[in-house]
Design a protein around this ligand. Structure first.
Ligand SMILES: [Zn+2]
Length: 166
């Protein structure tokens, strides 16, 4: 885990404080398994506020460029990270809104004792990654013959299916 402040959520949101920083990609420990190379850095900004109902809330912005590993050809795949999200904190499980009441793009969580900014930022990055990173169809590294062949055969294969179904 990289170095970032650990804060009191009540104070941070009441005073509407802001923390921002930069993290070298190689310091994002939980990300290493999906990375192809670890150069570059990400930038983050977390700001505290309160909802009109008086719940402590956080706005997160994380951005940067990552080099993910394509799960088809195992080559590098550039990925532009740009996430904006909002977290609203509730005092306990009971107070959490029902799933259907949750606002799109807003996460409702139980207020932690301490706000670990590094953890928040790393979570946010992980959540924003594609489930299975891969190049667009046909754009994979061509040294795998099968890969190229598959890409070429594909349109015919689907034509074939069409023919058979009529
Ligand atoms: Zn690929």
């Amino acid at each position: 885990m990289f170095e970032a402040p650990i804060l009191d959520p009540v104070r941070f949101t009441t005073l509407e404080e802001v923390v921002e920083g930069r993290v070298p990609v190689r310091d994002l420990e939980r990300l290493q398994s999906v990375l192809h190379s670890t150069g570059g850095e990400i930038r983050y900004r977390v700001s505290g506020s309160q909802t009109p109902e008086g719940h402590p809330a956080l706005s997160l912005h994380v951005e940067g460029a990552l080099d993910l590993t394509c799960q088809r050809c195992m080559a590098g795949m550039p990925f532009d990270l740009a996430v904006d999200s909002r977290i609203v904190m509730f005092k306990d499980e009971e107070a959490l809104p029902d799933l259907e009441e949750e606002v799109e793009g807003t996460d409702a969580i139980v207020q932690p004792e301490k706000l670990n900014i590094a953890e928040l930022v790393e979570d946010e990055v992980l959540l924003s990654l594609p489930l299975v990173p891969s190049h667009p169809d046909g754009a994979c590294r061509a040294d795998g013959e099968t890969e190229a062949a598959l890409a070429k055969e594909h349109p015919f294969a689907s034509l074939q299916k069409l023919k058979q179904s009529t």
